[in-house]
Design a protein around this ligand. Structure first.
Ligand code: PMP
Length: 311
């Protein structure tokens, strides 16, 4: 166990207390940053930490950097090296979550500065959700509309997008719900504040399409692939009507952080019988098995990360 937590910041490994940036930086003031939340799972048989879908996360980070015209001096190879270095420095041998953020730094910039660009990489221990699943959450439909292509890009992962998420989550919490589900501009179902939405109707797994003002979620893509190619489940990516939230058989939110979180009620309508349904449970099991590198055909989704420390 390490005594301090280490962060990679602009090329240095520093204790968390020393990982500081200017209050005047455009990232601090305007949310001018793009980032990824990457999970690494401990495989106890191999005694090996495995980063899950690292390439897919870096593909999306590249798209975010491009979209927000950031003058990023760090290469993809630097991203990967820093990631490995900081996990080594912390000597984690357990499940962790890693935030990797590229931001507009400096103390003389404005909301439209494209540099100077900084990067930090911050790992932290984070346990996986239990198997089998037992807990579920309550959701409400948010009165806030999801950001759309008309004002911001929901497809990429930029810090400022989370202000829209924040409004929805705080409203849900204030009204006694665990989380929220956004509708998009056209009134169809979009996503959660920090997750994508799936439901099951008549044994078909259904999720809104990528054009429904959603993040290009890696967990969503992973689950679609597992459903189609591993579990042989019927899958539909199609617009979802609000009414369907209230009459579906099973529902869950998904994301790198929340993995698969069953929903037990939406706007106080009970979903299924307030237990995780059989398809949700099967997908959850397959997801964690894939993340631990235990499904041979999906072994390429995992990247071994060295753990021994030289710090
Ligand atoms: N939508 C939003 C708004 C999110 O913040 C997240 C979490 N990154 C997701 C969906 C799920 O994305 P991913 O599966 O890539 O973690």
């Amino acid at each position: 166990m390490v005594e301090s937590r280490y962060i990679w910041l602009n090329g240095d490994i520093v204790p968390v207390e020393g990982a500081k940036i200017s209050v005047l930086s455009p990232t601090a003031q305007f949310g001018a940053n793009v980032f990824e939340g990457i999970r690494c799972y401990w495989n106890d048989t191999q005694k090996q930490l495995l980063a899950f879908r690292l390439d897919a996360h870096y593909d999306r980070l590249e798209r975010s950097v491009k979209m927000f015209r950031m003058n990023c001096k760090y290469s993809r190879e630097d991203w990967r090296k820093g990631f490995e270095e900081v996990i080594k420095a912390n000597n984690y041998q357990e499940d962790i979550a890693v935030r990797q953020t590229i931001f507009i730094d400096g103390d003389a910039g404005s909301w439209f500065s494209t540099g100077p660009v900084g990067m930090f990489i911050a790992p932290i221990p984070k346990k996986r959700k239990s198997t089998p699943l037992s807990e579920g959450i309550s959701c409400c439909v948010s009165s806030w509309e999801r950001i759309s292509e008309r004002c911001l890009s929901p497809k990429v992962k930029v810090g400022a997008n989370y202000i829209n998420s924040r409004l929805a989550q705080l409203e849900a919490t204030a009204n006694g719900y665990d989380s929220a589900i956004f509708l998009g501009r056209d009134g169809s179902v979009s996503e959660g504040p920090g997750s994508c939405f799936f439901m099951i109707r008549d044994s078909t797994l259904i999720t809104p399409p990528l054009s429904a003002s959603i993040l290009e979620s890696i967990t969503r893509a992973t689950l679609l692939s597992l459903a189609r190619n591993h579990l042989n489940v019927r899958v539909e990516e199609r617009p979802v009507d609000r009414t369907e939230l209230y009459i579906c058989d099973e529902a869950f939110l998904c994301g790198s952080a929340v993995e698969l979180t069953p929903i037990f009620s939406i706007d106080d309508y009970t979903v299924g019988n307030r237990n995780p349904g059989s398809l949700t449970t099967a997908l959850h099991r397959a997801y964690l098995s894939a993340a631990e590198g235990k499904i041979a055909e999906f072994a390429h989704w995992t990247t071994p990360v060295a753990c021994s420390s030289v710090y």
